[in-house]
Every structure is written in C-alpha cells, then in structure tokens.
Design a protein around this ligand. Sequence first.
Ligand code: SF4
Ligand code: SF4
Length: 677
Amino acid sequence: MTPETNPLVRTIKERCKACYTCVRGCPAKAIRISGGQAEVIKERCIGCANCVLMCSRGAKETLDSIRAVKALLASGAPVAAALAPSFPVEFGGIDPLRFAGMLKALGFKYVCEVAFGADMVSLQYRRLINENPGKKFISTACPAVVSFVEKYHPSLVANLAPIVSPMVAQARVIHETYGRDVKVVFIGPCVAKKEETARNTADIDESITFVELRSILKEAGVDRNTALDSQFDPPHPAKGVLYPMGGGLLNSAELEEDLLSGRFLSSEGLENFPEVLKNLEHGDIDADFIDLLCCNGCIMGPGISVKTSKHAREAALRRYARKSYFSIRLNDWEESVRRFRSLDYSASFAPEDQRMKVPGADALKAVLAKMGKVRPEDELNCGACGYPTCVEHAVAIIRGIAESEMCLPYTIERLKTTADELTVSYNQLAKTKQALMQSEKLASMGQLAAGVAHELNNPLGVVLLYAHLLAEQCDKDSRVFSDARMITEQADRCKKIVGGLLNFARKNKPFFRQTSLVRLIDNYFKTAPVPASLKVTVDRSGEDLQAEMDPDQIIQVLTNLITNAVEAMGGSGGLTVRTFAERESVCFSVADTGCGIKPENIKKIFEPFFTTKQIGKGTGLGLAVSYGIIKVHRGSIAVQSNSDPATGPTGTTFTVKLPRVAKDAGAIKMKTEAAGK
Ligand code: SF4
Ligand code: SF4
C-alpha cells in the first residue's frame, strides 16, 4: 500500500467518538467532521500523525507498510535498511551491533545509517547558505514541514532549501555504493516519510516505522538472543547522528545559532513551527536559515513506541552519538565524503495550495448566528469544537469540513430546547392517554347503560300505559287512583333516568340545525332560575358564533353545568359564562367560585351515577348526559378545578367546544344520521 492510493492516516470509524481531540491537534485542519464522525482529508494532511498520538480511543491508524516490506525481503532482491539516526531512542536497550545483526537476520543484506546521508546534506546546506548570502532558506529534512509549506504557505515554497532529505541522500549513497539493483527500506520514527518515499520511488522502495519494525521482528522470531552481532555497513556517519534532536541539523552543519547575528534559527514542535512560518511570511524573521522539525525533534516522532521523556531520549541519542563520533576514523569519513560529494542532492518543491479561502462577511455572520453567536461576547472561543476561535470554526463549516453541532454551547442549548419540547410532548401524550382511557371507560359504561336502558324502556312503557289506564278507570278520590298516580310519577322519573342514560350512551338522535351560540345563551338567561344572590357575568365574544347543534340538547348541557355551579357556590359567589372562538371551534365556558372538585373526583365526574351530592339530591347523570351530548356533537368538554384554598381561589370551570360552522366550501357539515350512529 502506498500513500498515493491510501491515506497516510485514516479513522477507524467504529472507534471514533467524535470528541474533536484530533481536530484540535491537527496543525493542518485536515480532519473533516461529517455526520458526527472524523475523517482525514488526504489532500490536506501533512502526515504528522499527531492525531494518532492524541486519540485516546485508538481510532486513528497509519498506513501499514509491513506487508510490502516483508514481500521485498522475501523477493530475493538485495535489500538495504536505511536506519534513521533516532534508532538508539527506540532500541536503546540493545547493543547497536546486535541490533544491526537482528536486521541482517531479518533478511536485510545491508544495514546503513541515514546519519551519513545527513552528513552529506549538512555540507549541501553550508554550501547553499554561503553561496546565497541574504536569501532565506527553510530546511527540508522534515517532510511534514515541507508538506505544510507547500499546502499552507505556498508563497514560501521558494524558500525551501532545494536539497533532498537525509533519507533520500542516504538512498542515493547506498545505490552508488552497492548498486542500482539494491532495494532500500527506510526505517525510522516518521509517518510522513511514507509520503516522501512515495514521491521518491526512484530512490526509496519502502518506509516503515520503528513500531512496524518491532512487529516484523516479533513475527519472524528475531530478537537480541537469536541474532548475532554485525557491523553497520559503510559509509559511517559523523555528526549527522544528531539530526533527530532540535537544532541537530545546525550543529551537524556547523551553522551554530548565534544570538548576536541571529542568522540561524531552529524551531521544532507542532505548536511552534507553524507560528515560525507565519512570522516568516509576515517578514518578522531576519534569520537566513531556519531549521524546522514538525515533532519536538524526530526523537519524539510518532513511529517510536517507547514512552520516555524528551530529555531521556536526548540523553540516549547523545550517548550513542558520542560513542559513534569518537570511534569513527576521520580519514575514512573524509574519503567517503569526497567520494559521494558529487552525487545529485538537489530537490524541487511546488505549491499545493490547500488554504481555505476566507468566506464573505455575510456568510460568516449567518453561520455564526445559526450557532447563536450574534454579538461579539457570544463568541466564547472555548476551543471545544477543535478550532481555536468561533470564527475559524464558522469558516470550516462554510468550507464543509466542520459541523455546527461541534459547538458545545450551541449543542447544549439545542439539547435543552429538545428536552423541553420532549417534556411538553410527553406531558401532552400523558394527558391524551389519560383522556383516551377515560373516554374508553365512559364508552364501555355507555354501552352497558344503553343496554340496560333499552331493556327497561319497553317494560316501563307498559307500566306507564297500564297505570294511566287504571287511573282513568277509577274514582279520582279513591285510594287506587292515588296509587296509580304514584306509579305514573315514579315510572316517569324512571323514564327520565332511562332517557338520561340513552343520552349518555349517545343513543338519542340529536336534531342539528345552524344555531347562534351567543343567542342561545342569551335566551337561556332570560328564563334561567339563577339565584339573585349570585353575581352572574355573561362574557360574549364579539362575533356571532354559529355552530350546527341540537339547541335543546346544548341547553340541557348548559342547564346541567349551571345547576352544578350554583349548587357548588351554596348561595354566594360569582358565575361567569363566556363564549369565545378558537380556530375550528365555537366554545363556551361555565365558571364558578364554588368549593371546587377534589382532584381524586375529577376523573369520575363524567361517569353515570357519580355524585358528591347528598342522597336524593341528584341522580349523578347530569354531567354524564352532558358528556354524551357533547360527544355526539363531535365536540369536547373539559374541566379545570381547584378545591384547595391554599393553592389559590377555589372554583370550577367547564369548557365546551363545538365544531364551528365553516363559511367556505369545506365547511364542516354534520349529518344527523351520522351523529346518531
Ligand atoms: S496526520 Fe497530522 S495533518 Fe494529518 S490529519 Fe493527522 S494531525 Fe492532521
Ligand atoms: S520531525 Fe522527524 S519524525 Fe517528525 S514528522 Fe518531521 S521528520 Fe518525521
């Protein structure tokens, strides 16, 4: 697999928890959040692998070159290991000669130190700087830095030193020394080198990290106990071994930083090198040569598995560097330098502009407003989204690599709103469920009541008929006559109860006609027996509320409600009847300031025969009948009541809603037949 076809770094989606840590840690803003998942944008990525190091979920993985290297080793072709100078950091516990022997045991024919390539590159830098006084150069040993310049500071591409990296230089030395047919595998701490390898296939065949090498060694069963010592293959390095440390290039090339002249500058680390480039672009830097490393030195590269501190790694490298430097034979080294000085170490770079264009002020304002950032103080710049400022986040949203949901305060606000909406829906649902249960209960009661009423109706009719006949046939002063009258009265009472039950069960057919609700109520009060001690208020809506209704039945409802209200107030208080309109309904309410209905009774008030009145004072059918009548009108009847003076004024309000008569073609027309079903 090569970076040409596969990204250097990819997200393992199942592990990604969208915490935006990788967005925060990516110096190139090369991570797109889409559908709540992070994905690496190959064209923007510089291969620093910082996201891999930062992701605590292990949701980022780097390009795997293990199979390709194993295939090379198994191919029979001579393969050279180009070992990065930071190897003493990763394999410090193994004697270098034994380590070289382990690589040979794996199948590498040659084991060469890239540090010699670094020596050659250092000479090139000295020459370049001496031959171009006043011109500013940026080192090109770190492919992540080179990529960052090409993508995000294209105007500085001309400042990139036109010199290959130590890896490529070493590969050319290997080919010159051991032949063109030798395959070269770079082994180092760097993921970005895989991309550089893909760009330089004429020189390098594969690139693996130390972590990958450990895996290959383990699988092959090669360790310090099974391998023999072996010498590194020449040419041997001098000070190039210092390259993996910050300032190592300057030291190796003897371009020492001098505070007085300020000609040479070195900076390393993701937090620092982008800033240096920005400053250079702004003309703030007067140094002639700037040595930049993306990591805090290659000793901190992402392909190293040891977890020691930076200082411990520097110490390990220095120990090896001292030993190596003082054991070289200077004459041999100079001879090697002379031999390879004439090789081509030139390199060229080209802009690959990936800068995000700043969107127009209006677009920016709109995106910020969507996230609730209307005033400057709304821009918290909290960094939770992974972007340092709200504006940068908004730019990324406009460019399609971020989502507004990444803004934590915005998301919390939205969640709160959603939670509130859900609470309202839940409460409505609970109320509807309760109403449905009540309605079902009343419907089954209605069926029972209708059955009983139907069965009683005929025998009652017969009793009434014969009681009347009996009364007609006997003397009006006789005892039999008065008994017959008593039977008639009681049977009439039973008839009314049966009628009430049939009303409740919606078995009595209403006779609909278009009626003015306001006029109906006015007429009611002209004859209504309301005690003078009560304060009666009739609050009429401005409009003439028309509905198709059976006026007699609605008057019956009104009578029931007002009778109950009057009784609840016990002779004093206020009765308010109000008419009003809602979108599809005409409505009236009857409110009293009486004792209220206890909460435990509210659910039962529409049940037939439920009453809180004294025995003999009511049948308990008034509200049940009213309920049945309103239901047959396709309307609704609801009650609100407070019986606890501690929580506010006591009293009860019944609200009745009836379908409005629409004036247009789509008017609601109810058929008597349909309603009677
Ligand atoms: S490797 Fe570096 S540049 Fe690429 S996505 Fe990860 S953090 Fe960003
Ligand atoms: S500093 Fe070294 S390890 Fe890190 S990206 Fe650059 S070359 Fe690779």
